[in-house]
Design a protein around this ligand. Sequence first.
Ligand code: NAD
Length: 329
Amino acid sequence: MKIIAAIIGTGVGLKHLEAIHNYKNSLVKIICEKDKTKLKFLKKKFPQIKIVDNEDQIFSDKQINLVSIASYDNYHFSQIVKCIKNKKNIIVEKPMCLKILELKKINKLIKNEKIKIISNLPLRVNSFFLNLKKKIPKNKVYYMEADYIWGRPHKLLDWRSKIKDYSITLGAGIHMIDLVMWLLKSKPISVQSFGNNLGTKKIVFKKKSFALFIFEFPNNLIVKITANAASIYNHFHELKIFTNNETITHCFAGTHHFIKKKNKIIHNKINAEYPDKKNRKKLIQNFIDNLLNKNIKPIISFKEQLDLMNVCFAADKSIQTKKKIKINY
Ligand SMILES: NC(=O)c1ccc[n+]([C@@H]2O[C@H](COP(=O)([O-])OP(=O)(O)OC[C@H]3O[C@@H](n4cnc5c(N)ncnc54)[C@H](O)[C@@H]3O)[C@@H](O)[C@H]2O)c1
């Protein structure tokens, strides 16, 4: 099998191009971009790739068997549906969609077709987090904190301030929610969320730019997650994991391990492989491996992607209703 791919959107989509083009049996045949200035640049930079401004040129091309969706969040759902209807495998930027009804439709359509889909959640291939996953004694964790500190407030002022259903939970918090569920190999039972927009200019960005989620996991484990888009800070994924015997803290000031030995607390600094940008493309490349050889397991299953979206929708519902929400999977 040969992978003939297309990419929609060339912000982070250019990273998808790097991951796909010339990887194993793969090439990118078409790039779709609707920004006229970028179109000119793309035609010059990639003369061997067909550059178009109408996505239907991708869906009508019978050769294309993989579409990478890196458009604005509000286009993901309709582009996923077109992919499924035209039998094209899908890499989709997070979030997969913006409404629970859309998620239900995707689930129904994918179940009927032999299409594979992966959401781009690259923290799962980050060396530091992979290492951490092997080391943390999951059943001993009693509390965890995970903060998505975006550190790029200007990003809220672009398309993110214009689209109707933009959500900071689906746009930022989703990375930490997935990271926590994956590290703990567990799903939260309920969520209580809070949000504000005190850190942003309300006239331009009308939605919440900060959100705090308190998740209850099985066995009384509690996790606090924040999505902090207004932050004046460096882009960082901060983490604190507490067990009765050990603590790991990963923040901009450094990564540390604390352990209790003979009633003494021993403290070590860890040289974390973070942000580990070189490995980010591995998630997409593993998906291609899985398309080429079904014995290779995908890093994220379809069910995990659905569960993650359900958790995010429940977290947003809690912000709207100001109530604790039981999460349905
Ligand atoms: N996984 C991650 O870590 C990560 C990081 C950044 C962005 N994202 C996601 O990637 C997507 C794109 O964000 P970005 O930061 O690259 O934005 P961006 O504004 O930098 O780039 C998006 C590009 O896509 C084009 N575009 C948008 N909709 C299109 C459409 N329907 N057809 C053709 N072209 C279209 C725009 O003209 C623009 O050039 C978003 O869904 C965002 O949430 C994910």
